[in-house]
Design a binder for this molecule. Structure first.
Ligand SMILES: [Zn+2]
Ligand SMILES: [Zn+2]
Length: 534
């Protein structure tokens, strides 16, 4: 049984309370007493108390101590846990002890998991304040892209650990990615010895995990309910990993990253979506779609975003608008369905990082060329998201095109870079996958042709329906244009009253109020940004 405790290798009395502290590995240097939370280190045949861990923060992780699985034919069990906090939320590094005595770290990444192993100490490493998201660095003899740099602190520790946890102060954690689809983590907690680990994405299904907290190997939850901090309606995120959720009643966007207690941060949304223009693929619906190597899977719509680009002032570019659906599959993680004026496509976040080269990029032997580079803004969201949705979040986006229609996209939000890879998708495939009613299908095609010809696309379902659909589409586009152009700045107040005026400052203040803290960081030292695309 995987969820039985691993064979006990060593036991000693806790110096804090006298309870027995068990070690499954003779190599583990440290542990946390499960009774009094004393952190202890092994010294010969005894334990020395070095401090006390705070209580664990209930983050609804599906993993727990004692859960077990198999990786590349070797069984492991989770014997310890480090829980971290950064501005973007909390995350866990689970200490996985393998049958062969090796230690690994299992952590979450964009709804997928990463299994990493400590590497031998580096002879030299970059100073933490020299690292910046987006740049390339030579570390441990190979080239990496810096995906994020966050200031983190250790919140709590549990169980058996290969080294003593450092419970005091904050430190830098830098997340690196490369073309071999690897994740490198530089952890500066101990100023004397940098912790350096390298991992890869793993799927829960392939780890054959047993003994999970919710039973089946999925991250769905259904038990967490929090009142909306704005209107009091019940919010019920369905995924344990969701960090933001919109209120179905008042449409506020609520930040779940710091737990459900206390005053949840939130901001109001007051644009077109509230007028009843629902996503064309309903939230909660499932579609049977092939979005990558796994073949067809049932993907559930859990989130919906409306975005626009921000053309340079005075430039020739026309502003465009698009929509993104966040899809979830329990053992595969997240994907995006993107609906633009060039048609539909799907995108999946990458664990690694392609190499950007001037106006191109390369990923696992495929060459891509740059198509667009622009700033984008989120104007409206509904549903739940695995990252902290910021009010009017802005990203620098670069889109690339590759062989056989392949799409590649790079997004940078503050100090975090995410890449994603995908393919175009026919609107008819989307419509049948989600069983969109024939009368509503024309709207799915709305952007692949000028609005005036929409009537010819929907088939023979009657002129009245199509007229209504066209009107809805026109209203949607007009509303999106209004919110994209108007809510974004206080130019009018500035032009009328001047930059130093009370009116202008008031306008700026109104925009800021209620918003989340902006700027940078990532969830868990791992990427959390929208893998979204134009
Ligand atoms: Zn104790
Ligand atoms: Zn509400």
């Amino acid at each position: 049984m995987a969820n039985e405790p691993p064979h006990r290798a060593w036991r000693a009395a806790c110096p804090g309370c006298g309870a027995p502290v068990d070690f499954a590995s003779a190599a583990s240097a440290s542990a946390v007493c499960s009774f009094c939370r004393s952190t202890v280190v092994r010294e010969g045949d005894a334990l020395r108390r070095i401090g006390v861990s705070a209580e664990l923060f209930d983050d609804h992780s599906p993993l727990q101590l004692g859960a077990g699985g198999t990786h590349q034919g070797v069984a492991f069990s989770l014997v310890g846990r480090l829980q971290y906090r950064a501005a973007e939320g909390t995350w866990n590094e689970w200490h996985a002890l393998f049958e062969n005595g090796k230690s690994g770290w299992l952590s979450e990444d964009n709804g997928a998991y990463v299994l990493a192993f400590d590497r031998p100490p580096l002879a030299e490493w970059p100073a933490s304040d020299e690292l910046h998201a987006g740049e390339r660095r030579l570390v441990d003899g190979s080239v990496w892209s810096v995906a994020s740099v966050v200031s983190a602190s250790m919140l709590a520790a549990q169980g058996e650990l290969p080294r003593p946890p450092r419970m005091q102060g904050s430190f830098t954690v830098a997340d690196l990615r490369n073309e071999r689809d690897e994740v490198g983590t530089l952890d500066y907690a101990d100023p004397a010895v940098l912790a350096w680990s390298v991992g890869r994405a793993v799927r829960l299904a392939e780890l054959a995990l047993q003994g999970l907290r919710d039973g089946p190997a999925e991250k769905t939850l259904n038990v967490r309910q929090v009142p909306c901090p704005s209107c009091g309606a019940a919010l019920a995120p369905t995924l344990a990993s969701s960090l933001s959720i919109s209120c179905p009643q008042c449409r506020a966007v609520v930040d779940l990253s710091q737990g459900a207690g206390g005053d949840l941060r939130h901001y109001a949304q007051n644009n077109s979506g509230a007028g009843g223009l629902e996503p064309q693929i309903p939230l909660g619906s499932s579609g049977h779609l092939a979005l990558g190597a796994e073949g067809p899977l049932d993907w559930q719509v859990v989130g919906y975003l409306e975005r626009c680009d921000l053309p340079e002032p005075g430039g020739d570019d026309e502003q465009t608008f698009w929509r993104e659906y966040l899809l979830y599959h329990r053992s595969t993680g997240f994907a995006f369905l993107v609906d633009t004026d060039e048609g539909w496509s799907w995108m999946r976040p990458l664990t690694g990082a392609p190499r950007a080269t001037g106006t191109g990029a390369s990923w696992q032997g495929l060459a891509f060329s740059q198509r667009w580079r622009y700033d984008a803004k989120v104007t409206w969201v509904q549903g739940e998201f695995y990252w902290r949705v910021q009010r009017e979040e802005r990203a620098q986006v670069t889109d690339y095109a590759g062989p056989r229609g392949a799409l590649l996209s790079r997004e940078q939000v503050g100090d975090e870079v995410t890449w994603s890879l995908g393919q175009p998708l026919d609107a008819a495939v989307v419509a049948s996958a989600f069983r969109i009613a024939p009368a509503a299908r024309a709207a799915l095609h709305r952007d692949s042709a000028p609005l005036s010809t929409l009537g010819t696309l929907g088939g023979g379902s009657g002129g009245l329906n199509q007229g209504v659909i066209m009107l809805v589409v026109v209203l949607a586009v007009v509303a999106m244009m209004a919110q994209c152009g108007g809510s974004d700045d206080c130019d009018e107040a500035k032009a009328t009253f001047g930059a130093a005026s009370t009116e202008y400052q008031q306008c700026l203040n109104n925009q800021r109020s209620g918003g989340f803290r902006t700027g940078g960081g990532s969830f868990g030292g791992y990427s959390s940004g929208s893998g979204g695309h134009k």
